[in-house]
Design a protein around this ligand. Sequence first.
Ligand code: PMP
Length: 412
Amino acid sequence: MALYKFDKSIDLFVRATKKIPNGIYGHVSPALAVPGEFPYYAASGKGSRYTDVDGNEFIDYMCAYGPMVLGYNHPEVEAAVAAQRERGNCLNHPGEVMVQLAEALTDIVPFADWAVFAKNGSDVTTWALQVAREHTQKRKIIMARGTYHGAHAWCTPGHGGIIDEDRAQIKYFKFNDIDSFYKVIEEHRGDIAGCIMTPYHHPTFADQIMPAEGWWKKIQKACNDEGIVLILDDVRAGFRLDLRGSQEYFGFSPDMACYCKALGNCYPISSCVGRDYLKGAASRVFLTGSYWNSAVPMVAALTVIKVLKETNGIQKMMDFGNKLSKSLIDLAKSHGLQYKFTGPPTIPFPSFANENNFFRNQRFCSEITRRGSFFHPSHNWFVSTAHSDEDLKETLKAADEAFAIVKKEFGS
Ligand code: PMP
């Protein structure tokens, strides 16, 4: 198998660093994978695959880090988008589609009575905190330490430009440690506006952690008893675990939920939905953006919901995710290697069970990526409804070679 090269990606990156701070920033920075071993720039995408600027085609196990859920350039989404683009996108007023989308979301998410729209996950997580504060007239927000809720000052994992005051009212507990959760409530009783949490713990550079038995019931009860607004940050997991929202997968019911990634199948849109009792506060917290009323991403979102529903898309992704993990674990075993998956089947995080750093995984992911399956070594993956058995077959062929290299270099 001829191995991919990334010469044009690297040339572009060198040019970029002269004009763009860091060249490529944020979660897609080359520094978060293995510099030089992965493509840096993409050229096009179709279905479960994309092509980089060097002309290499990849079966994509990152799905644009989540936004691609039905496949790149999905025919039905693109047809709806093209028709809307013809009529107009960003105009003086929102289109009818904004009302239709709010109706569709409140229809599928059982606890939701209203919905608002923005562009990014961070827009809506930050806004949701303000709604909780406006409603309760309290200051503090509690969250699980190490959880990613976006790039705004109160939650960014970065340090640049952040002052203590940005986080003075944010208090932390440990995910799945109910005593630490009760303790933080005890310490700040009477001054907690909201609790924001992802449906399960999905840090970068670490295994994913599913909620312990009874975790969500206890969280929901404590929030209800204490008058704390429970905000589900479903930006990453939303519409990949359950079409009704991830709270249904884990059996609880929050007061607000935030969505982004899977909602638009690569068109920029996010949403916050909430219960009726918060509608007054929601209407008093200012919310806007230059492109936030654009109709094209809203049409895309409406179509994504329709297609996921009509095609039983979540189950399709679950089935593929289960096949992917089982077949890779079995293949690794046949090489005498211990490979494992954490998290849900549709948002898996694989790694080697017996490594205490990411060297082995980085080596494996580099080798398989050079053979046409894009495997990220330190961020959770995403699967889509476009992934097929044919994709898996090709991936396993490449994995067989990559596992053999890892075995030779690292041993069992
Ligand atoms: N919350 C979670 C759980 C996320 O995964 C992300 C994005 N990775 C965000 C919030 C922020 O979303 P965005 O990058 O669109 O602002």
